[in-house]
Design a protein around this ligand. Structure first.
Ligand code: GDP
Length: 420
């Protein structure tokens, strides 16, 4: 049986136990490669440590890291009965923003790790804010290191209250959050209910992960298919190729390509070298549209239904987070925006509001500049036609990365599109 897939982000303040928790999840679900366990079982015995210890798994995972740096917890995989989980990059990771935009880091749900002995810390706030911005559906809050606070219920309650307040501040629906007292290190309430927390009768972390709602493929949204390439194939003609982000494409559909503003009827759809009558989100397809020639369309166009065509922005308003910029960003700045398969120079026409990353509230109206670490609402004018959608309507087509000087300097999501 094929398991459903989930992308899971593990977020939280440094040292609160994210890596240890991921190691623990891999260990408890039998996802640590057998040869790794074997090697360390031997080592443990040689050293007379009496059997195999979780700590050895952590040590081994730690070998992959440079000294003193947290293990690379991204791209680790484990399965529960229901799901196959991939841990995606975490905020703060070097390529996080880039991967987030290309979809590789688009997490469906997240585990927030909060150390019981420290409570809400600066990165807890930042990550919760990012999680909300990025559209995380459900948050499982692991109140970690319960062993350090002697499994005290009152300490747990205090942290739950503190995190609940934080979620309310950033307007994250607290009904979509669940809380579990855990020790990643000792394994409490991860795979099995812990004897140390008799006052807790909720789910273990693995149970909570297993009962997450299944991510729903966006089949009900209108068709959006960003074009990656356009080929000419003998016997068929012009064949645009790309991955369907949302909606469904059927043979016979009337489609429109934007911003090139041409369209026609879908004659054939091909997937994995076979003709298919229809294709769905996630499918990589090549297709042919009656009357469309190779020079009529290009990479960066988005294909959608003729009666609900992709939006083309004259300007758009967006929320951006500046990840790294050597100086300051002011109105007039024109870097390259990467959105789906499109790359277009865009001018930041105005900086409308600066947001407090911790609370998501407006910190300053019309600031003169923004810099690394800032979140802001800005108005953007593409220098060439760009098809993009409000994130609230079609999130898959509503985010972008801003690149300059060979690196990703900011990421954002579209709040509003002003069409021509
Ligand atoms: P990260 O920076 O969030 O990935 O945190 P780490 O997983 O690297 O953990 C930071 C430190 O806390 C390490 O020394 C861990 O051994 C320790 N730690 C993590 N989880 C627990 C726990 O549940 N109990 C105790 N006592 N220590 C923990």
């Amino acid at each position: 049986m094929s398991e459903q897939h989930q992308n899971l982000a593990v977020i939280g303040h440094v040292d609160h136990g994210k890596s240890t928790l991921v190691g623990r999840l891999l260990y408890e679900t039998g996802s640590v490669p057998e040869h790794v366990i074997e090697q360390h079982r031997e080592e443990a015995e040689e050293k007379g440590k009496g059997g195999f210890e979780f700590a050895y798994v952590m040590d081994n995972l730690a070998e992959e890291r440079e000294r003193g740096v947290t293990i690379d917890i991204a791209h680790q995989e484990f399965s529960t009965d229901e799901y196959e989980f991939t841990i995606v990059d975490c905020p703060g990771h070097r390529d996080f923003v880039k991967n987030m935009i290309t979809g590789a880091s688009q997490a469906d749900n997240a585990v927030l790790v909060v150390a019981a002995d420290d409570g809400v810390a600066p990165q807890t706030q930042e990550h919760v804010f990012l999680a909300r911005t990025l559209g995380i559906d459900e948050l499982i809050v692991g109140v970690n290191k319960m062993d350090i606070v002697d499994y005290k219920e009152s300490t747990y309650d205090d942290v739950v209250e503190e995190v609940t307040q934080l979620l309310k501040q950033v307007q994250f629906n607290t009904e979509d959050a669940s809380f579990i007292p855990i020790s990643a290190f000792e394994g409490d309430n991860i795979a099995e209910a812990s004897d140390e927390t008799p006052w807790y009768d909720g789910e273990t972390l693995l149970e909570a992960l297993n009962s997450l709602p299944a991510p729903e493929p966006p089949t009900d949204a209108p068709l959006r298919l960003p074009i990656q390439d356009v080929y000419t194939i003998s016997g068929i003609g012009t064949v645009p190729v790309g991955r369907i982000e949302t909606g469904v494409m059927n043979i016979g559909d009337n489609v429109s390509f934007q911003p090139s503003d041409v369209g026609g009827e879908v004659k054939t759809i091909e997937m994995h070298h076979e003709e298919v009558p229809k294709a769905e989100p996630g499918d990589n397809v090549g297709f042919n549209v009656r009357g469309i020639g190779k020079d009529d369309i290009r990479r960066g166009d988005v294909c959608g239904p003729a009666d609900d065509p992709p939006s083309v922005a004259e300007t758009f308003q967006a929320q951006v987070v500046v990840m790294q910029h050597p100086s300051v960003i002011t109105a007039g700045y024109t870097p390259v925006f990467h959105a789906h398969t499109s790359q277009v120079a865009c001018t930041i026409e105005s900086i409308d509001k600066k947001m407090d990353p911790a609370s998501g509230e407006v910190a300053e109206e019309n600031p003169d500049f923004i810099q690394s670490g800032d979140a802001a609402v800005v108005t953007i004018r593409p220098q060439k036609p760009l098809s993009i959608e409000p994130s609230s309507e079609i999130p898959e087509l509503g985010s972008f990365a801003i690149r300059d000087m060979g690196q990703t300097i900011a990421a954002g999501k579209v709040l509003e599109v002003n069409e021509k």
